[in-house]
Design a binder for this molecule. Structure first.
Ligand code: C2E
Ligand code: CA
Ligand code: CA
Length: 394
């Protein structure tokens, strides 16, 4: 497993000690120890390595950038000055980090390399975190920049929703479309969702952005209804982070009420892996949403591990077969058999199947032969702006 070793140092500690006396110095060490350990998660370990140096083992790091996030949290706690008798002082920290196994395999090596990171932090003037490797430092600063820009994007409306129609595999008529977020950043240009959605999730900004996508999609559907088009359902993706939100069903129902459209015109897409996480909880949320009149699709089916007995109890309408299967369907007989089995199983459970990422006529023909119900993909249309997708409604 990946884990990180951090060495944290109090900036200017010698100066503070010399100027305010060792009693103040000791007090600072105590407060620092409290604040740092308070910001750690269950299972992390902290020790005093000597003097004003703390050592931390971050266990269970999912991505190496997580350590930078925890350090930011620690820094926030240090925005509060430390008081002692009549004096008060602002204390800042520097940190160096190394990762097991990439930056070292033994304790000595990991601590040594974390200290190299720490020296870099001191050279930069302190109050910062630095990693042993250059690539890590670059990655973290890019991520920090992306976070900043995403926050700005929310305030300055840099997001857009595009729509990708999906069609009946036999009649080739548009029967619905999927809302897909687009980000055209002033600084970075167009950024694909695969790059920024994980950052939105990590920072929980996905709550606001996801709510916006839903509002915007509802507003768009209302506009189409008002223009006299025969409206088709629009699918909105829900992230696992949103799905875990306590009042998700209420939020969605409220948004819909405000929009003036029927809930039947909104489908919610949730990935298979998200659905299988906490089965009891999942069932409750889905039942609420289904009860409120929404349709539900399982996204990226085939990439997670579904329990069929659990699946059977979920109020789901559509099953979207993951693009990875469709990509192989024309040249790999095993994949074609799996897709056949998925479609058969879905039909037994009264679910409609949607093939994702259909790019060629050949794939479309095979899927039609296998009795897949609907298809979505570049063969029919790429995701396009609301204005462009109107031609399908026409
Ligand atoms: P997804 O939900 O599986 O969406 C389908 C993705 O497949 C879209 O990528 C779409 O552009 C792409 N696609 C459609 N047809 C084809 C095809 O024929 N060939 C290929 N190669 N790709 C095709 P996109 O728009 O880049 O979105 C990527 C992922 O980002 C989505 O995967 C979804 O997980 C997430 N996402 C996008 N918009 C939202 C959103 O509003 N909220 C949330 N939570 N996630 C979103
Ligand atoms: Ca989707
Ligand atoms: Ca998908």
């Amino acid at each position: 497993k990946l884990f990180a070793v951090a060495v944290i140092n109090i900036d200017r500690f010698k100066y503070i000690n010399d100027t305010f006396g060792p009693a103040f110095g000791d007090h600072i060490l105590k407060i620092a120890a409290e604040r740092i350990s308070g910001a750690l998660r269950k299972g992390d370990m902290i020790a005093c390595l000597g003097g004003d140096e703390f050592g931390i083992v971050f266990v269970d790091i999912r991505r190496s950038e997580d350590t930078a996030r925890i350090f930011e949290k620690i820094k926030k706690d240090f925005l509060e000055p430390i008081r002692f008798k009549d004096e008060e002082i602002m204390v800042e920290l520097s940190a160096g980090v190394s990762f097991y196994p990439n930056d070292g395999k033994s304790a000595d090596e990991l601590i040594k390399n974390a200290n190299i990171g720490l020296n870099k932090a001191k050279k930069l003037g302190g109050n910062t975190i630095q990693f042993y490797t250059l690539e890590m430092n670059k990655r973290v600063s890019e991520l920090a920049q992306m976070e900043r820009l995403l926050f700005k994007a929310m305030k300055e409306n840099e997001f857009q929703v595009h729509y990708q129609p999906y069609w009946d595999i036999n009649t080739k008529k548009t029967v619905g479309m999927e809302a897909l977020i687009r980000w055209n950043s002033k600084e970075l240009g167009s950024v694909p969702p695969s790059r920024f959605i994980p950052v939105l999730e990590e920072t929980k900004m996905i709550m606001d952005v996801g709510a916006w996508v839903l509002r915007e999609s509802c507003r768009q559907v209302k506009e189409w209804v008002d223009k006299g088009y025969k409206a088709v359902p629009v699918s909105v993706n829900l992230s696992l982070v949103q799905f875990k939100q306590r009042d998700l069903a209420e939020m969605i129902t409220e948004t819909l009420k405000g929009s003036g459209i029927e809930p039947g015109l909104i489908t919610l897409e949730i990935t298979e892996s998200a659905l299988m996480q906490d089965t009891e909880f999942t069932r409750n949320v889905l039942n609420k949403l289904k009860g409120a009149g929404f349709s539900i699709s399982i996204d990226d089916f085939g990439t997670g591990y579904s329990s069929l007995s659990h699946l059977k109890k979920l109020p789901v309408d559509n099953l979207k077969i993951d693009i990875s299967f469709i990509r192989e369907i024309a040249n790999d007989p095993d994949t074609a058999s799996i897709v056949t089995a998925i479609i058969g199983m879905a039909h037994t459970m009264n679910l409609r199947t949607i093939a994702e990422g259909v790019e060629t006529e050949e794939q479309w023909k095979i899927l039609r032969l296998l009795r897949c119900d609907l298809a979505q993909g570049f063969y029919y249309s790429k995701p396009v702006s609301a204005g462009e997708v109107e031609k399908f409604l026409k």
